[in-house]
Design a binder for this molecule. Structure first.
Ligand code: PLP
Length: 375
C-alpha cells in the first residue's frame, strides 16, 4: 500500500493525457504555450472568476504573492507554525518577519481568536493556511484584516476545490477570499501535475498583472524589465496535463471525501484517536486524512506496527516551525505555541488518495485499531 497512488489514477486518463501531450510536442511551444493560457482560463472559470497566474511551484506562488504586495523589509506576516516550511520560508527569504499565531486543535488551522493580539504597527499581511484540505475560518479573519488594513494571502496549496460558506450564505472557493491565494500542483497535491507547478489566484486585475510580471523576470514586454522579478513558470506539458485533470477534480474530491467518511465510520468509537473534524464553515477536500492520537498512545510504536502490516503512515508535521533550527533566529522556545506543539507530537496521517478501495481502508483501520488499543 502507498500513501498516495498516482499510477492507477494516471492509467484511467492515460489516453487523454497522451493526446494532450502529443499536441504540445507537435506545437513546439514548451514555455508560455497555448496550453498554459488555456489552463489559466479553465482554472479561473472553476474558481468562479479569480484571475489565475501560473508559476513554477507553490513555494514560488507564495513568494510572488508577497513580492507583489507593497511590503518592506521588517514588515510582519502573521502565519501559523503548524504547516509545511514553505509558508514561512518565503516570508523570511524576502526579509519580512514571520509572526506565528497558534492553531486550533480541532481543525489544525489558524486560531482566529489569537490573531489580533499579534498585530503590531509593522503587521502587513495575514497568511492563513488551509491545512490538509479545509479552509481556515476566513470570515472573522477577513474582518480583522479589514479593520487593521492588512493584506490576506491564502496558502491554498492543500485545499484547491474546498469551499467556505460565509454567514450570509455566500460560498467561495479556497484561495479566492483574500487578496491573493496560492496553490501547488506538486504531484501528490489534490490537483497534481507530473513535476512542479503552482499558481496564484488574484481578484484584482492590476495585482494579477504585477504577479505575472514578477514571475516573468519583472517583464511585460520581452527584454524590457519593470522591476526585479524571478523566473517561475508552469511549462506547457504540465499545463496540458492539468487541463485534463482539472476536468476530474470534482470527481477526485468526491473520492477523497468518500474515503474519509469510510475511515470515520471504521474508526468510530475508539477513545485512543480523534478523526479529522470538519468545521461548519468549510468543506474538506482531504489532501490528508489526519488523526489525533491520545497522549497515552506511543506514535512511534503505532507506526512501526502499521509498517509491519505493510501499511504506510506519515506525520505531517513532526516539528512545529517555531522549533525548527531554520527559525531559531526568531528566538522561540517550547511552550510558545502549545497547540501546534501538541499536534506535532500526536498527529498521524493515513493513506489518502483517489484510488483507495474499501478493502484497503478496512485493512488500515483494523491494523490501526489493533495498534492503538495495545498501547
Ligand atoms: C505543498 C505546499 C507548499 C509548497 O508547494 P510546492 O509546490 O511544493 O513548492 C506550500 N504550502 C503548503 C501548505 C503546501 O502543502
Amino acid at each position: 500500500m502507498q500513501m498516495v497512488d498516482l499510477h492507477n489514477q494516471y492509467l484511467k486518463i492515460r489516453d487523454e493525457v497522451e493526446a494532450a501531450w502529443a499536441e504540445v510536442m507537435d506545437s513546439g511551444a514548451f514555455i508560455r504555450g497555448k496550453a498554459v493560457k488555456e489552463f489559466e482560463e479553465n482554472l479561473s472559470r472553476y474558481l468562479g472568476g479569480s484571475r489565475v497566474v501560473t508559476c513554477g511551484n507553490g513555494t514560488d506562488a507564495l513568494q510572488i504573492a508577497l513580492m507583489a504586495l507593497d511590503l518592506h523589509p521588517g514588515d510582519e506576516v502573521i502565519t501559523p507554525p503548524f504547516t509545511f516550511i514553505a509558508t514561512a520560508e518565503v516570508i523570511a527569504l524576502l526579509g519580512l518577519k514571520p509572526v506565528f499565531v497558534d492553531v486550533e486543535e480541532r481543525t489544525f488551522t489558524l486560531d482566529v481568536d489569537k490573531v489580533e493580539a499579534a498585530i503590531t504597527p509593522r503587521t502587513k499581511v495575514i497568511l492563513p493556511v488551509h491545512l490538509f484540505g479545509q479552509c481556515a475560518d476566513m470570515e472573522p479573519l477577513l474582518e480583522i484584516a479589514r479593520r487593521h488594513n492588512l493584506y490576506v494571502v491564502e496558502d491554498a496549496c492543500q485545499a484547491i476545490g474546498a469551499t467556505y460558506t460565509f454567514s450570509d450564505g455566500t460560498v467561495r472557493m479556497a484561495g479566492t477570499m483574500g487578496h491573493i491565494g496560492c496553490t501547488s500542483f506538486f504531484p501528490s497535491k489534490n490537483l497534481g501535475c507530473f513535476g512542479d507547478g503552482g499558481a496564484l489566484f488574484i481578484q484584482d486585475e492590476k495585482l494579477a498583472g504585477e504577479a505575472a510580471c514578477i514571475a516573468n523576470h519583472g517583464s511585460v514586454q520581452k527584454y524590457h524589465h519593470e522591476r526585479i522579478g524571478i523566473n517561475s513558470r508552469l511549462d506547457s506539458l504540465q499545463a496540458a496535463l492539468l487541463n485534463v485533470k482539472l476536468r476530474y477534480l470534482d470527481e477526485y474530491i468526491r473520492a477523497r471525501q468518500t474515503a474519509a467518511a469510510k475511515y470515520n465510520q471504521l474508526l468510530a468509537g475508539c477513545d485512543q484517536l480523534t478523526v479529522p473534524q470538519v468545521a461548519p464553515h468549510s468543506t474538506h477536500v482531504y489532501h490528508q486524512y489526519t488523526l489525533r492520537l491520545a497522549n497515552s498512545v506511543d506514535r512511534v510504536q503505532v507506526q512501526a506496527e502499521l509498517k509491519a502490516a505493510g501499511i504506510p503512515s506519515m506525520v505531517y508535521y513532526p516539528v512545529s516551525l517555531h522549533l525548527q533550527p531554520a527559525f531559531a533566529f526568531l528566538g522561540h522556545q517550547r511552550g510558545d505555541f502549545p497547540v501546534a506543539e501538541h499536534l506535532a507530537d500526536t498527529v498521524l496521517s493515513l493513506p489518502m488518495h483517489t484510488e483507495l478501495t474499501d478493502e484497503m481502508q478496512e485493512t488500515v483501520a483494523k491494523a490501526l485499531l489493533a495498534a492503538v488499543n495495545k498501547g
